[in-house]
Design a protein around this ligand. Structure first.
Ligand code: ATP
Ligand code: MG
Length: 683
């Protein structure tokens, strides 16, 4: 299909959004109205119609899944080399690429480490425990506060003046120490992936000029979820040119808790007076019933921009509400229904998606799906990367590219067992801290011999020599072969067998490690499409591939990137931007959706938007399920139906489990009745 034909398929407003390239453009529209379609078509338009090199275009979004989906859609439009060098990635991947290309300007040494939130927490724990014993809650609060500051572009030196109370002042001091230590470790954390590029581009005119030469057009999906620093990044990169298209929907803003600023939509109009705002009103995704439910629900929230959405997809089936005795019955019900509906409705597994508020809700469901042998794909949750064997292997990889990575060092210095005890490590750590060097470097120092028994020194140096040897082999040639040899030489497999309760478990764990190494290999071989035209793109080494793996880990992506036929299990947060013919929304209960924390914090509006996101993923059918009892904190608790059920159009709901053949006159009151009925059932 030519680009002209593609354009012709879009409605006039969408066409306008695609064609408008001379200034800033904002597409503000509800779910399923074709915002992402505008972005993908516009990329093709820029390349094929305007003759822009794909290297000069960067499109960003929020989740890996969404980025992959977008890449796929663009891939179908651009042929051969047309798409070469195009950036379609998450904000954080774009940031990572900028950091990698600008290491020197940023004052980092090659082979930097990316700390995942667990590493960051470990560092914070160390720093905070220096003064007094602190508990996990305090650490979490400080971590959250630091993250918030970083998202708001507040640097360590400035945090103190932003601190509102004693707690925040304390956090600000920890923030300073944390920043210094990260730098000393040659490491960055997740939020730095945006913050560092912003600070660099803001303060270094040459770097700014470099990146403005590289990126000429930017497109941002899910713009309502950008935070202050992400917005700055877009602004800095686009500069005078002001050539960008952002699309968003304020009703789908669900990341306020992570610093997202939906008001960035309004700010955009102030910062760019020539902003062309285009609204889309036709929904191409859902049936009339589903759309009405979504619209009615979200009408309960205050609105900056009024939007009306309509659809020509027909009314479709009523929305089913299924009340279950308890959570296990709920999971059983969803699994067995999918099994029968697949046959009855001639659907494929992948046509079904089950969405829920929290990952823990997936556990029972997984068991039921396994019971019926239904293939499924779980996004997020206990991801591949949170497995112990993968964390070990990742720590080895990180240490290989950056021996100053103390967290990695500590994780594996004794894995497999090398008889290096905590006493030795503590002395080593003191020695290293006094001299301001890394643990790895400290192992090489002669001074250690005064502190530690000879045997301990020998064991440490055996370990560091081993790692140094692998590093030398990696430098000399085949890095992957060196890594594979390393795993065999240290007999990690034997160690897994010693520690597993059954041989099959050890076997699977070792297989996971090899999968990781295969992923690394793939990641090194693939076309550098995400690398935003940085100078080093063509010679992607093992270092770049490893840091990308760490990022993937953080973004909770599963190891396999397959499009095989499976039922999709994901949180509502992760479902953003996606669509499925049949959607199950589980756990529509008070305290779960809306979540208890949100009720307590008075942020139910954000929960409502989350429910809105969930509902609008459905194309043909939507089923809402809830349980009357659920286990929480080890006890069976009674649950009340979610208030959001009250807010849906009663006429469109088909409740299950109650006397259904009522007088048609009573139909009006049906949903309300049903709720009352359920409530009385609940006692
Ligand atoms: P969300 O807010 O959920 O991210 P969106 O606004 O990005 O939704 P898209 O995902 O781009 O919406 O589009 C929703 C569906 O409508 C997709 O299946 C897309 O292919 C289809 N679509 C978009 N525009 C048109 C059009 N003009 N004609 C027919 N189908 C369209
Ligand atoms: Mg979209």
């Amino acid at each position: 299909m030519s680009i002209k034909q593609r354009l012709a398929k879009l409605n006039p407003r969408q066409q306008e959004a695609v064609r408008y390239i001379d200034g800033p453009c904002l597409v503000l529209a509800g779910a399923g109205s074709g915002k992402t379609s505008v972005i993908t078509t516009k990329i093709a338009y820029l390349v094929q119609e305007c003759g822009m090199s794909a290297r000069r275009i960067a499109a960003v979004t929020f989740t890996n899944k969404a980025a992959r989906e977008m890449k796929e859609r663009v891939g179908q439009m651009l042929k051969g080399r047309e798409g070469h060098g195009l950036t379609v990635s998450t904000f954080h991947t774009l940031g990572l690429n900028i950091i990698r290309a600008e290491l020197k300007a940023l004052g980092y040494r090659p082979g930097f480490s990316l700390f995942d939130p667990e590493d960051a927490k470990a560092l914070l724990r160390d720093l905070m425990n220096k003064d007094a014993q602190v508990d996990a809650d305090q650490i979490n609060r400080v971590q959250h506060q630091i993250s918030q500051w970083k998202n708001d572009l507040i640097l360590p030196g400035q945090a103190l003046s932003h601190a509102a109370d004693d707690d925040e002042q304390y956090a600000a001091r920890v923030f300073e120490a944390y920043g210094r230590h990260l730098k000393a470790y040659n490491a960055v954390d997740f939020d730095d992936l945006i913050l560092l590029p912003v600070v660099l581009l803001r303060d270094d005119p040459e770097a700014l000029a470099r990146w403005r030469r590289k990126i000429h057009y930017m497109l941002v999906d899910e713009y309502q979820d950008t935070n202050v620093s992400q917005y700055q990044l877009v602004q800095l990169l686009m500069g005078e040119r002001k050539t960008f298209t952002v699309v968003g929907d304020d009703d789908q803003s669900i990341y306020a808790w992570r610093g997202a600023r939906p008001e960035n939509l309004v700010t955009l109009g102030e910062d760019f007076p020539r902003l062309n705002v285009i609204k889309l009103e036709q929904n191409y995704r859902s049936t009339g019933t589903i759309l009405r439910a979504a619209n009615t629900l979200i009408a309960n929230n205050p609105h900056v921009y009024e939007k009306t959405l309509w659809s020509e997809m027909g009314q479709g089936a009523a929305i089913r509400v299924v009340v279950n005795r308890h959570e296990e019955a709920e999971a059983e019900r969803v699994a067995s229904e999918i099994l029968t509906r697949r046959i009855k409705e001639r659907a494929e597994w992948r046509d079904f998606a089950v969405l829920y508020r929290g990952n823990f809700q997936a556990r029972l469901l997984e068991l039921k799906l396994q019971h019926y042998q239904i293939p499924y794909k779980l996004s997020g949750g206990t991801s591949f990367f949170s497995r112990n064997e993968i964390k070990d292997a990742m720590a080895y990889l990180r240490l290989l590219i950056n021996p100053a990575d103390d967290n990695a060092f500590l994780r594996i210095v004794n894995v497999p067992r090398r008889e290096i005890g905590p006493g030795t490590l503590e002395k080593l750590a003191n020695y290293a801290t006094e001299r301001g060097i890394s643990l790895f470097a400290a192992c090489h120092e002669l001074g250690l011999e005064q502190l530690l028994p000879t045997r301990a020194v020998e064991r440490l140096s055996r370990f560091t020599h081993f790692i140094d040897g692998v590093r030398r082999r990696m430098d000399r040639g085949d890095a992957l072969a060196a890594i594979r040899d390393m795993l065999r030489e240290m007999d990690y497999e034997a160690w897994l067998y010693q520690n597993a309760s059954a041989p099959t478990i050890a076997e699977r764990r070792m297989a996971n490690v090899w999968i990781l190494i295969d992923q690394l290999e793939k990641s090194m071989q693939r076309e550098p499409e995400e690398t935003t035209a940085s100078e080093e793109t063509e010679t992607e080494g093992v270092e770049a591939a490893i840091s990308r793996l760490v990022l993937r880990d953080i973004l909770e992506q599963q190891a396999e990137e397959d499009d095989s036929d499976r039922v999709q299990l994901l949180t509502m947060h992760a479902s953003k931007g996606l669509e499925f013919p049949h959607v199950y929304l589980m756990g529509l209960e008070e305290e779960l959706l809306p979540h208890r924390n949100a009720i307590e914090a008075g942020t139910v509006e954000e929960e409502r938007r989350l429910a809105y996101v969930g509902i609008t993923r459905a194309r043909q059918t939507l089923t809402l399920t809830l349980a009357r009892q659920r286990k929480a904190y080890g006890e069976l608790m009674d649950c009340a139906p979610s208030r959001f059920l009250d807010e849906l159009p009663a006429d469109d709901l088909d409740w299950e489990g109650r006397a259904d053949k009522e007088d048609p006159d009573k139909k009006q009151a049906r949903g309300q009745d049903a709720l009352a009925g359920i409530r009385s059932l609940l006692g």
